[in-house]
Design a protein around this ligand. Structure first.
Ligand SMILES: Nc1ncnc2c1ncn2[C@@H]1O[C@H](COP(=O)(O)OP(=O)(O)O)[C@@H](O)[C@H]1O
Ligand SMILES: [Mg+2]
Length: 373
């Protein structure tokens, strides 16, 4: 028999326990469609809003339709020799359980945005299972998710970060007046108040005076025990896509033109009226500067595979402030991350394939690490 090269089994994980569940489904559909069927076999793995893992059948369709029944519930087999997916079934006596291997897995593409996906938790699980996976590892994912940790790391690398103050929820609740005075003295109005770990602009508001600052802090405190308050400036929002491992490349910069006063949840997902300018209208010197900063930010956090670096450019002075890094950026065919690569000469299918190769390369590189016995 003439043996054709075995196809790589790519587990695409989507859905999940975050506000960006729906975006994740659209991203996963795009990625699945773009994977070359000659080289890859896609194993779709959906995670419900409750955290249940589904495989077999058509989990993408089940989750899109909002019905998880009928799909097979699975668990990841953390077997360093032969990672795969297991279905756990209860025996006829309903007292004991039996595990059935459904499939092996060669590599995972986690397409989960926000908490429990982009924050290092699933990356930790994949590390334990010894499966190569697309994107950043545990630490880069976690610090990319936590706006306070991220800012400290950027500052330590001399990267430009807007003045900010970290506030503990407990402190805000026990000594509100002290906190308000400290913020007013350190930052002045307007301020942006954010939960440290979130995304999609959830819990973020702009405060113009003491009254709205109090409301903003209460609002952010609903989502995290750590809050970050930043100096608010008038901005243009410039984003750069980064691709690679130790020697990454940066795309042309793009610009988001929010439909609302700032890029809030509605402007991101609901009103469909925000515009993307690709490439961003910038001078050659500005383009170079922002791309260089994006690469430095990627390396500062020790990201891998992909990341989208978001900048706040001061409308008046033209200064670029590093706002955040997203380690699993939106990946729908109309999302900024793949669009910027298209504009830089890398098509969507080529991008997806490169990311899988980068995951395999990173994994192989890590195997060199000596483990003490
Ligand atoms: N310091 C700031 N000054 C002006 N606008 C800001 C500032 N911080 C955030 N914004 C606005 O709020 C949006 C969401 O903030 P961001 O930190 O990117 O949170 P998320 O992680 O939810 O995307 C930004 O895209 C921008 O429109
Ligand atoms: Mg953002």
């Amino acid at each position: 028999m003439t043996e054709k090269k075995r196809k790589l089994k790519v587990g695409v994980i989507f859905g999940g326990r975050s506000a960006e569940h729906e975006v994740s489904l659209v991203s996963a559909e795009g990625i699945t469609r773009a994977l070359d069927p000659e080289r890859f076999e896609v194993i779709p793995i959906g995670i419900t809003r409750n955290g249940q893992w589904l495989a077999a059948g058509n989990p993408l369709q089940s989750l899109s339709a909002g019905q998880a029944e009928g799909a097979t519930s699975v668990t990841l087999l953390s077997d360093r020799e032969r990672p795969g997916l297991l279905q756990v079934v209860s025996n006829a006596d309903s007292q004991s359980l039996q595990a059935v291997r459904i499939t092996d897995l060669d590599v995972i593409f986690p397409v989960l945005h926000g908490p429990y996906g982009e924050d290092g938790t699933i990356q930790g699980l994949l590390e334990l299972a010894n499966i190569p996976y697309v994107g950043s590892g545990v630490l880069a994912s976690a610090s990319g998710m936590d706006k306070i940790a991220m800012k400290y790391i950027f500052q330590a690398h001399g990267l430009p970060v807007l003045p900010f103050v970290a506030v503990g929820r407990g402190r805000w609740e026990s000594t509100p007046d002290t906190i308000l005075e400290r913020l007013e003295a350190a930052l002045g109005y307007p301020m942006f108040v954010k939960p440290a770990n979130m995304g999609s602009s959830i819990g973020i508001s702009k405060a113009r005076n003491r009254e709205t600052l109090k409301m903003a802090l209460d609002q952010a405190a609903r989502y995290d025990r750590k809050l970050v308050v930043e100096k608010g400036i008038e901005v243009r929002e410039i984003e750069v896509s980064v691709l690679g491992n130790d020697d990454p490349i940066a795309s042309v910069p793009g610009e988001v033109v929010p439909s609302n006063e700032f890029y809030d949840y509605a402007a991101k997902y609901l009103d469909n009226a925000s515009g993307l300018l690709i490439p961003a209208p910038l001078s050659a010197a500005q383009r170079d500067e922002v791309r260089r900063l994006a690469l430095r930010a990627f390396l500062a956090l020790d990201c891998a595979g992909m990341a989208r670096c978001d900048f706040l450019m001061d409308k008046h002075s033209g200064v670029f402030w590093l706002n955040e890094i997203n380690t699993i950026p939106g990946f729908t065919p109309i999302s900024m991350y793949p669009k910027l690569w298209e504009a830089s000469g890398i098509s969507y299918p080529e991008l997806v394939e490169r990311l899988i190769d980068l995951a395999l390369e990173r994994h192989a590189e890590k195997q060199r690490i000596e483990v003490t016995r």
